[in-house]
Ligand binder design. Sequence first.
Ligand code: MRU
Length: 348
Amino acid sequence: MWMRTIDWSDEKGCITIIDQTALPSKLVLLDIDHVNVLHEAILKLRVRGAPALGAAGGFGVALLARSIRANDFKDYIKKLTEGAESLKKVRPTAVNLSWGVDRVLAAALTGKDRAEVESTALREAKALADEDVAQCRAIGEHGAKLLESSDTVMTHCNAGRLACVDWGTALGVIRSAVEQGKDIKVISCETRPLNQGSRITCFELMDDRIPVTLITDSMAGHFMRAGKIQKVIVGADRIVEDAVFNKIGTYSHSVLAKAHGIPFYVAAPLSTFDFTRREKDVIIEERDPEELRRWNATQIAPAGVPVYNPAFDATPMQNVTAIITEQGILEPPISFARLKKSSSQKPY
Ligand code: MRU
């Protein structure tokens, strides 16, 4: 039985994660008992993917609530709030991290004393993680209706159970369709530079015995033109009214899909929607240039060559056929005002 990507261990009193940097060669589990260790794990992508980052934010606040040293309750709340703010900044693009932190912090701050703050934070973080699993299942059920038996679906990056608490968003749709008996094949893009597609998506799907074939990112157009891809499904890190932010390379796939008349679907929970910003207001995380200059210890580009390394790009809403959420399938133009009202998610 598959374990959750991120969880809380009552026995050890800490966060437990699958260290995704070790995949696919090793399945390494990490105990995270200090918020500095969590910062490092998020930055190095040991835990990654928008919904998993939401859970990391929530459990991070629960961890902070237990570990802060303070002179009195006022000082404790000040340090908890500051620690939560700095956790939100570790990765700026995936909105779920801020959302998870803010949701659990807001609940924790209703506590009348330290013991109540600690217990409320942990209860809320656990609820958030459980809801994430239920939301992914609902996304899967809705999205599976869009897939037909014998479809080959292309995906980019990893929007599977390892990007969420369990099940997955884009891969959750595929899993649900397979569970319903549909014959679905997957083409997974490698997803340079950190290879979440080849390392993580291929690992997950092979583990589930769902047929998957690996291609490089630049092969997508070739296979679309050859009629080998019927649908594209990706996840999202942040959805604003005019664009979907996801792993770098997603935009190019959306343009190619449009040019070839292939439906381009985005699967994401409502916690990934940002009701307050537009594309121009979103910060795209720029990562370490060494991620492009090196492949682990091996140098693959001249030392010091200037590098652009944005982790995400924006796909304009015109390129999106539909967004699959836990509430159902939304086709652009999406009314954000109506969605915000119907969403049970508190705006972060
Ligand atoms: O940099 P990463 O690996 O955190 O990027 C992850 C993605 O871009 C995923 O596609 C996105 O978070 C959706 S996960 C369900």
